[in-house]
Design a protein around this ligand. Structure first.
Ligand code: C5P
Length: 234
């Protein structure tokens, strides 16, 4: 899915962080066809399962299933294969699962499924790493995991906007970089602390932006999408 020729619209991933299938589908319906990719995460998938993936995919949109897999290699491989059969185009795995797990995941994926690695969650800090016995400096640990992912053949990474430029420089142009934690100047920060604007994230080298509440909680979601796209050049 990596391409320097993607339009701004194709770079926008809307996070369907809703507690019910009905609420998620209501937003997809309001945005009717104007969004190329939706992200379905743990909450919605736990509530609504494969049916929500199929229902959103039936609108013609691509699906980013954000399950952040981390388990023994055999179990992760089976889950990756199942996601491919479900028709998902992007799926997350924790890079901290190690090379055996990552290679099993890469081998199990279909060619049209992009496997995206999670380095260190942005909710974690140096203290969090210390708690689980990791003494390495956080940024160095992010780069270590990113390089492990690249060596094992993952297609891309989830990164904070602050890390995009460094990761792009160190991993090259082929790696797909997907960034949440972006906020247009006109939107509330919500609980995001270290964010950049969508435009800044793309200029730093991001390929895709994940945006939730600035669109999903907006009084007029289609207007929010169009305003955002105008800012990033569609
Ligand atoms: O509503 P908002 O734009 O903050 O949503 C961002 C989405 O990206 C949410 O689904 C959130 O879980 C996800 N995310 C994030 N920061 C990360 C990783 C994922 O905001 N570091």
């Amino acid at each position: 899915m990596k391409s320097s020729t993607l339009s701004a619209r194709d770079r926008l991933i809307v996070a369907l962080d809703f507690p019910t299938q009905a609420k998620a589908l209501a937003l997809v319906s309001v945005l009717s066809g104007s969004i190329s990719i939706y992200k379905i995460g743990l909450q919605l998938y736990t509530v609504a399962g494969p049916a929500i993936v199929q229902a959103v995919a039936a609108t013609g949109a691509k699906i980013f299933l954000d399950l952040k897999l981390h388990d023994i290699p055999n179990t992760v491989a089976k889950a990756v294969a199942a996601a491919g059969e479900l028709g998902v185009q992007m799926l997350t795995v924790h890079l901290s699962g190690g090379s055996a797990m990552l290679q099993a995941a890469v081998e199990a994926k279909s060619p049209d499924l992009s496997l995206l690695g999670v380095t260190v969650l942005t909710s974690a800090n140096q203290e969090t790493l210390g708690e689980i016995g990791i003494a390495e400096e956080l940024q160095a640990h992010v780069v270590r995991l990113a390089e492990l992912g690249q060596k094992c053949g993952v297609d891309g990474l989830i990164t904070s906007p602050q890390e995009v430029r460094a990761l792009r420089e160190c991993l090259g142009e082929e790696m797909t970089l997907v960034t949440p934690g972006v906020r247009p100047a006109w939107a509330a920060a919500d609980d995001q602390k270290r964010f950049t604007t969508p435009d800044e994230a793309l200029k730093s080298g991001a390929d895709y932006l994940v945006i939730g509440r600035p669109i999903t909680a907006h009084a007029d979601p289609p207007a929010a999408v169009e305003r955002l796209l105008a800012e990033i050049g569609d």
